[in-house]
Design a protein around this ligand. Structure first.
Ligand code: FAD
Length: 325
């Protein structure tokens, strides 16, 4: 007959809970050596973004690792289960992590999780939320009053519509030096427009005070207003997020957050981040047609791409340039 263990007192430390609670024998295996906190004992590591935003790392799994190791150790721990081997030398661990990433053996990277607290404009959050593999809990503008925080680009970061990419803004108005007064005026007018829209905030507050529900009053606010959320994701999908959002084609306003996330993780999983930069961020991937063009170039040809697609041609030109071909 199993006997129900008496529940621990509210103040009990978890280690005071009887090992035989609920009839299960729990064997507590102590660490072989000292453990260190990958966040160095801090409750958050925060990077400020623009005037009102931030990205903060607030927790990590693993949080504790053997002294002398980094959170990369959890990838190795998971991967070695495949081969029935325990932890080896750090230098061998590095080789293993690089091998796994190069060969897209990705599940060991899913064993690590990181939780961030982020404040960003709603138009950035709209792009961010498309990354479906994360767990998200967002500030409720039905429950609480939206805070008076709006994103406004600096004058020299007001970008023109790209002529070649409908989704992009590229060259800055006024060429960065304000050489063209007409163009600069347009950029200034845009900032005035944003200022006018921000002016709606006072009306939003007044209408909520007059009794309009917060869930409706908020719909008059622009997408430049800030929201906040907690965002937790495994390392495999974080790398995917970073690949897409640190890329030059991502909108600059989300790119700065992705850069911040990368900076926060670079010291926590340094081996993985280095490998990912080598094989993904700063790597050049070639299509079959591009590889054929290089072979043709090597045998004395022009290295032209066998495609009449303009976008494909432009992408090949950019890769050739970056490779010095
Ligand atoms: C430069 C750029 C421009 C973009 N433009 C647009 C646009 O114009 N319109 C638009 O709507 N979106 C746009 N997006 C968003 C884009 O289409 C993706 O939704 C977003 O980047 C998330 O990518 P993901 O699906 O790989 O990420 P995640 O949702 O994090 O998914 C990661 C991976 O998990 C797997 N996965 C996740 N969910 C599922 C599922 N339900 N079923 C099967 N597999 C799943 C897939 O392998 C997926 O690749 C753009 C993104 C970028 C970077």
């Amino acid at each position: 007959m199993s006997v129900m263990a008496k529940p621990p007192a509210a103040s009990a430390h978890p280690s005071d809970i009887p090992a035989s609670a609920a009839g299960h024998a729990i064997v507590r295996v102590p660490a072989e050596g000292p453990l260190v906190d990958v966040m160095g004992g801090a409750i958050r590591h925060e990077i400020k973004i623009h005037e009102h935003g931030f990205i903060a790392l607030v927790d990590a799994m693993p949080r504790l690792v053997p002294e002398g190791q980094t959170a990369d150790a959890a990838i190795v721990q998971a991967a070695r289960v495949s081969y029935g081997q325990g932890t080896k030398k750090v230098s061998e661990d590095r080789g293993l992590i690089r091998y796994l990433l190069r060969h897209r053996h990705t599940t060991p990277f899913e064993m690590l999780e990181f939780k961030f607290h982020i404040a960003m404009p709603i138009f950035v959050a709209r792009q961010w939320i498309r990354h479906r593999t994360a767990n998200v809990n967002e500030y409720s503008a039905r429950y609480s009053i939206v805070r008076d925080r709006f994103y406004t680009p600096t004058l020299d970061n007001v970008r023109k519509q790209s002529a070649s990419n409908r989704q992009g803004g590229e060259e800055k108005f006024g060429g960065g030096g304000g050489e063209n007064p007409g163009e600069l005026k347009t950029a200034e007018e845009f900032l005035t427009f944003l200022g006018d829209v921000e002016g709606m905030y006072e009306r939003y507050i007044k209408l909520t005070e007059a009794g309009v529900s917060r869930e409706l009053a908020r719909i008059g606010l622009p997408v430049s207003v800030y929201t906040e959320w907690y965002w937790k994701c495994d390392l495999h999908n974080i790398l995917r997020f970073l690949s897409l959002r640190m890329d030059a084609h991502a909108q600059e306003e989300i790119r700065v957050y992705a850069d911040g996330m990368h900076a926060l993780l670079a010291g926590i999983v340094p081996i993985t981040m280095e490998a990912w930069r080598d094989y993904e961020l700063e790597a050049v991937h070639l299509t079959r047609l591009e590889a054929a063009a290089i072979r043709e170039l090597k045998s004395g040809g022009s290295g032209a791409l066998a495609s009449d697609n303009k976008r494909e041609q432009a992408e090949w030109d950019a890769k050739r340039k970056s490779l010095g071909l």
